[in-house]
Ligand binder design. Structure first.
Ligand code: SF4
Length: 354
């Protein structure tokens, strides 16, 4: 197993332990996280075995569960992927998560489109309580039935997406969306379900989002996990919103300082990848599964040479393209402007054609 994967797995181990400690006020959730933390050593042994058999298994999977969404946000990278390519068949969805657990994956990020519209992935993940599921939702579809579902499945934690304050969120996501997200937060809180926020951080909203006032406001609302997602200019002409190298450092420092000050988890994504020697995509720390089952280096790099429709996860992780991306890792070093893979799209096009 690679040194990097070990290092990243170590971060996950610490975060899970911290999270279980933070959630003592939610015994059912703390118990679910403690169970996942207890399963980590076995997962790591499985990844070591896979590595000995030639498959580099990352501790984390990012899944675009569906291309469908009830919103149409500006600059949505999922919408910018172009023509829809259909969904992975339901039986394969269940099999892929079984395979992931068998291979030693510990954390699954369920994104989209809107994951609450993808019953297959949600139902399949509800059966995998030795893995942590983070459900990145736009928060506008959290009705009583789904609240009850999250209450029953404590190994699945909802993260509600916002873009700063109410005005900034509605400006990108549509009039009234922020109000619905706030209602969802109140409903989660009154149902005793811990949740997080996923904040798309841009050069424009950093002042709004990276301060103690913002943190305390959302902790008051019941939020116990803050994921700051650096903006990637999926929409042409929005490059100016991308964080500079200095901004990225400020974001990482803010997250690290907040961890010391608040009883919550703070994660910058992709954050400071320097400790890992740069970009964690293509299996170094995580891989991405497209809604159609294509296995890709990262959500922001829609390039693939293998599909889980007809290939096991183990074999797909050995894909030539993922190996080439890892081999060319020295070219994916962080610089100005967010996602290294996004900046190097031409390189990926070449590698894919090769
Ligand atoms: S909610 Fe997410 S997937 Fe849906 S349009 Fe907005 S950014 Fe895209």
């Amino acid at each position: 197993m690679s040194v990097v994967s070990n290092l990243f797995a170590g971060e996950i181990r610490v975060s899970l332990k911290t999270a279980a400690g933070i959630l003592t006020a939610y015994p059912a959730s703390a118990a679910a996280l403690t169970k996942i933390a207890a399963a980590l050593p076995k997962a790591e042994r499985r990844r070591e075995t896979s590595a000995k058999n030639g498959a580099d298994v990352p501790p984390l999977l990012i899944v675009s569960t569906t291309e469908e969404c009830n919103l149409s946000c500006k600059g949505c990278y999922a919408c910018e992927r172009g023509e829809k390519r259909g969904a992975l068949p339901s039986d394969r969805v269940y099999e892929v998560l079984d395979e992931a657990s068998e291979l030693g994956v510990s954390v699954v990020l369920l994104a989209g489109g809107e994951p609450l519209l993808s019953h297959d992935w949600l139902n399949a993940m509800s059966k995998q309580d030795s893995m942590l599921g983070l459900v990145f939702t736009n928060g506008t579809l959290l009705d009583k039935r789904r609240l009850a579902w999250f209450a029953e499945n404590r190994h699945l934690i909802p993260l509600l997406s916002i873009d700063g304050n109410a005005a900034q969120t509605d400006a990108r996501r549509g009039e009234g969306v922020y109000a619905k997200v706030s209602e969802a937060m109140s409903a989660l809180r009154s149902s005793g379900i811990p949740f997080g926020v996923s904040v798309a951080v841009t050069g424009e909203n950093m002042g709004e989002t990276l301060n103690s006032g913002f943190t305390e406001e959302y902790m008051q609302k019941g939020c116990r996990l803050f994921v700051y997602v650096e903006y990637v200019p999926a929409e042409a002409g929005t490059e100016a919103l991308v964080l500079s190298k200095e901004d990225k450092r400020r974001l990482s420092d803010f997250a690290a300082q907040s961890m010391k000050e608040y009883a919550a988890l703070f994660v910058a994504f992709p954050g400071d990848e320097e400790p890992y020697g740069g970009c964690l995509a293509a299996g170094r720390g995580f891989v991405h599964i497209g809604a159609d089952g294509s296995l890709e280096p990262c959500p922001f790099a829609p390039f693939s040479d293998v599909s889980l429709k007809n290939t096991s996860l183990k074999d797909a992780l050995n894909s030539a393209l993922l190996a080439k991306v890892r081999e060319n890792h020295h070219l994916l070093i962080e610089g100005e402007g967010g996602c290294a893979l996004w900046r190097k799209r031409e390189l990926l096009t070449e590698l894919t054609q090769e």
